[in-house]
Design a protein around this ligand. Structure first.
Ligand code: NAD
Length: 308
């Protein structure tokens, strides 16, 4: 396949400044152009984008600059014969650090002190509230790029790391690996449950009322996957009833999280605006992936992260 142009859809601006991404690709050897709605595509075109547009189906190759591609109609890409790749593989450090920071924040109570700081209040925690993550069990559901990024850091902090993975095969820094049908066994003893799976038919609503009943009363849910992996109303009920202690949530059923959501107001719920992978180096990470795949296309090698 011969690519003659890389079109950078303006939607990439949701994750990075488009101009910095384009500058990072200045050595690509083909023109790199910023495009928007109304642009047409044809043979020889590659596209990098955050969002899907139907017009992309006329291009040869579309690269999604996110790991999760649940908003892209991949079956339609396949029918159109348009190659489609995603950006898994680059978020292990960013999301690994963020998920670890959530656990440390909740255990060391940093969120409560920061809240008090807004009122200039010297509030002390109750004796029972602070704990250390060292020695606590974390169950990581989904042991791909994100999950392994969390596992490596949690293990370095002395946590007891277990996880869930479709194959059940062993993973570095994870003491016990369960399969999805053993989810309850896996999460039952965990102080933290970290969700790091893609959103698909199998994972939608994976954590709902039965899972909250299975989790410890002093457990925290961390969701860095996708909002619909969790039944959000069941989560609110579980928090209200004290079935779990709290949560750290980067992703939601509706984004931005609606103003009326009760999730904003729980003291032990951290809400972040889908930024756990944010980094000022994102343009370089994604440019490296695009550059690698352009070289592979030129020589007919299999593409990295090809979905269809
Ligand atoms: P990945 O493909 O490297 O890993 C996903 C893993 O989940 C795979 O190993 C897969 O086998 C496993 N999995 C799938 N279904 C499962 C199930 N039912 N039970 C257990 N494991 C299951 O992808 P990744 O880069 O780690 O990203 C994972 C997802 O995280 C993405 O699809 C995306 O939705 C989300 N994500 C969110 C952010 C963010 O900013 N919050 C950033 C990157 C990725």
């Amino acid at each position: 396949m011969h690519i003659e142009r890389l079109a950078v859809d303006e939607s990439v601006g949701r994750a990075m400044p488009p101009r910095r991404f384009i500058d990072a690709l200045s050595d690509l050897g083909v023109p790199v152009e910023l495009v928007g709605e109304g642009e047409t595509f044809g043979p020889g075109d590659a596209v990098a984008s955050f969002d899907h547009r139907d017009t992309f189906l006329d291009a040869d190759w579309v690269h999604c600059i996110r790991a999760g591609y649940d908003e892209f109609p991949v079956g339609v890409y396949e029918e159109a014969g348009t190659y489609f790749t995603n950006s898994t593989g680059v978020h292990g450090t960013t999301v690994g650090e963020t998920a670890t920071a959530y656990m440390l924040t909740l255990a060391r109570r940093l969120h409560a002190y920061r809240d008090a700081q807004h009122d200039h209040a010297w509030d002390l925690p109750r004796y029972e509230e602070p704990f250390t993550v060292a020695g606590e069990r974390v169950c990581i559901v989904g042991l791909g790029t994100l999950g392994c990024g969390v596992a490596d850091r949690a293990a370095a902090l002395g946590m007891d790391v277990v996880g869930v993975r479709r194959s059940g095969d062993p993973v570095r820094n994870v003491a016990a690996v369960y399969t999805p049908d053993q989810l309850h066994e896996a999460i039952g003893d965990a102080r933290f449950v970290v969700l790091a799976t893609p959103l698909n038919d199998e994972t939608e609503g994976m954590v709902a009322e039965p899972e909250f009943e299975t989790m410890r009363d002093d457990a925290y849910l961390v969701n860095v996957a996708r909002g619909p992996v969790v039944d959000e109303s069941a989560l609110v009920s579980a928090l209200d009833a004290g079935d779990i202690a709290g949560a750290a949530l980067d992703v939601f059923e509706t984004e931005p999280l609606p103003d009326a959501s009760p999730l904003w107001d729980f003291e032990d719920v951290l809400v972040t605006p889908h930024v756990s992978a944010a980094t000022s180096a994102y343009h370089e990470d994604i440019a490296a992936l695009v550059r690698e795949n352009l070289k592979k296309l030129a020589v007919g090698d299999d593409l990295t992260n090809r979905v269809v």
